[in-house]
Write a protein of this length. Structure first.
Length: 52
């Protein structure tokens, strides 16, 4: 699975780790994140991420 990086703060979403602090289980692909999911560090939406 591809990792995605936040263009604003540099946070990397790693599907293998998910985002457990925000209810996203490990193994969840970026494409399957809820539309209202935001970067846990800076709060921008998914549209501010790019494939790494």
């Amino acid at each position: 699975m591809k990792k995605y990086g936040c263009l604003v703060c540099g946070y990397v979403y790693d599907p293998a780790k998910g985002d457990p602090d925000n209810g996203v289980a490990p193994g969840t692909p970026f494409e399957e994140l809820a539309d209202n999911w935001v970067c846990p560090l800076c709060g921008v939406g998914k549209d501010e991420f790019e494939t790494l």
